[in-house]
Design a protein around this ligand. Structure first.
Ligand code: F6P
Length: 356
C-alpha cells in the first residue's frame, strides 16, 4: 500500500445531500492511513484554477448532517475544452496529486473518465445525483433524501388539498429521468405520475387527467384530494397543464380547483437522510481503499451488477469501469436501459390502480 499519497477530492455538478458525508469519511480514512487530502473548491473550476485547500480532521468535523457541499460545486463547461482539461492536468501534475476523487453526476463522471485517460494520477468517481440517472448503480448520493423531501412536501400539500377538496400538480426535479416522481409519487399516494420516459403527448395527457379528475371528484367516488406528481422533464409544461385542467374543472366539476406547486431546488437541499449518509460514508471509505489498490478510471457503485467490474471489501460497493458506467448512463438518459424499461413497465402496470 502506498503510504503518504496526496489525494484531491472535488464535488461537481448539481450538489446532492450526502456529499459532505463522503468528504468527511474520505478524510478520516485517509488520515488514518497516512494520506494527505486536498479539497478542490467549486468542482472542476477549482481544479482548473488551482484552488485547493488542505482538508484535515478539523475541517470535516460535524459536516455529515449538512446538505450541499462544503467545497462548493459548479457546472464547469470549460472541462469540455482541451484548454480546460489542460489546466486541470497541469494542477494535478504541479500539486503532485496521486489520486483524484470526483463526486458528482453524469457530466462530472465524464470529466473524470477523460482525465483518467490523460494522467497517471488515479481517478475514482462517486455517483452523486438526486435524479438517480447514473448507470450501473442502484442509487446515487442524494436520491433518498430528495425522495423523502418530495414525499414530505406532498403530504403537506395533501393536508390542504383535502381540506379544500382540490387537485394539485406537484412538479419535482428530474431533467431526463422520472425516478424522483415515480418513487415519491408512489409513496405519497399520487393518483397520477407524469415522468419523461412515458412519452405521451399534451392532448393525451390532458384527456387522461381530465377523466381522472371527473371520476375522482364524482359523488360516487367522493375523493377530496387528487395528487398529480410530475417530473420537470415531462413533455408538457406544468403551468399550461394546470390551466387546461382548471378550465375543464370549471366546466365539468364546478367548485373544485386545481393548484400547482413547483418544488424546484427545495428538493436538492436539506440534511441528508440516514440512507444517504451511510451510503456516502461507505463510498468515501471505498474511494480511499480503491486508490490504494491502484484502481483508476472506475466508479464506485451501490448494489451494481455483479457481472461488471470488481467486488470490494464492502459487499454493497463495486468498482465499475467509468466507460461502462457512462455508456449505461446514456442508455438511462434515452430510456433504452433495461433498468429504465423495467421501472416503466412496473409503473405502467400500476397506473390504472393509482387512478382508482
Ligand atoms: O442535479 C440534477 C438536477 O437537480 C436536475 O434534476 C435539474 O434539472 C438540474 O439539476 C437543475 O440544475 P441547476 O441547479 O443547474 O439549475
Amino acid at each position: 500500500m502506498p503510504a503518504g499519497m496526496r489525494i484531491a477530492v472535488l464535488t461537481s455538478g448539481g450538489d446532492a445531500p450526502g456529499m459532505n458525508a463522503t468528504l468527511r469519511t474520505l478524510v478520516k480514512v485517509a488520515v488514518a492511513r497516512q494520506h494527505e487530502v486536498l479539497g478542490v473548491r467549486d468542482g472542476y473550476l477549482g481544479l482548473m484554477g488551482g484552488d485547493l485547500v488542505p482538508l484535515g480532521l478539523r475541517e470535516v468535523d460535524g459536516i455529515t448532517r449538512f446538505g450541499g457541499t462544503i467545497l462548493g460545486s459548479a457546472r464547469a463547461l470549460e472541462m469540455h475544452t482541451p484548454e480546460g482539461r489542460g489546466q486541470a492536468l497541469r494542477t494535478i501534475a504541479e500539486r503532485g496529486i496521486g489520486g483524484l476523487v470526483v463526486v458528482g453526476g453524469n457530466g462530472s463522471l465524464t470529466g473524470a473518465h477523460v482525465l483518467a485517460a490523460e494522467t497517471d494520477c488515479r481517478v475514482i468517481g462517486i455517483p452523486a445525483s438526486i435524479d438517480n440517472d447514473i448507470g450501473h448503480t442502484a442509487s446515487c448520493i442524494g436520491v433518498d433524501t430528495a425522495v423523502n423531501t418530495i414525499v414530505d412536501a406532498c403530504d403537506r400539500i395533501s393536508d390542504t388539498a383535502t381540506a379544500h377538496r382540490r387537485a394539485f400538480v406537484v412538479e419535482v426535479m428530474g431533467r431526463d429521468n422520472g425516478f424522483l416522481a415515480m418513487r415519491a409519487g408512489l409513496a405519497a399516494e399520487a393518483d397520477a405520475i407524469l415522468y419523461p420516459e412515458r412519452r405521451r403527448g399534451p392532448e393525451e395527457t390532458v384527456q387522461d387527467l381530465c377523466a381522472l379528475l371527473k371520476r375522482s371528484f364524482s359523488p360516487d367516488r367522493g375523493k377530496r384530494r387528487v395528487l398529480i406528481v410530475k417530473s420537470e422533464g415531462y413533455a408538457v409544461k406544468t403551468h399550461a397543464l394546470v390551466e387546461q385542467l382548471q378550465a375543464f374543472l370549471r366546466r365539468e366539476v364546478p367548485g373544485v380547483d386545481v393548484r400547482e406547486t413547483v418544488l424546484g431546488h427545495v428538493v436538492r437541499g436539506g440534511s441528508p437522510a440516514q440512507a444517504d449518509r451511510v451510503m456516502a460514508q461507505r463510498f468515501g471509505f471505498g474511494a480511499a481503499l480503491a486508490l490504494e489498490t491502484g484502481a483508476t478510471d472506475v466508479m464506485l457503485s451501490w448494489d451494481g451488477p455483479s457481472s461488471i467490474g470488481a467486488a470490494t471489501v464492502d459487499p454493497r460497493v463495486r468498482l465499475i469501469p467509468l466507460a461502462d458506467v457512462l455508456a449505461e448512463t446514456e442508455r438511462v438518459r434515452t430510456g433504452e436501459s433495461d433498468t429504465i424499461r423495467g421501472r416503466q413497465a412496473l409503473l405502467e402496470r400500476a397506473e390504472k390502480i393509482l387512478a382508482l
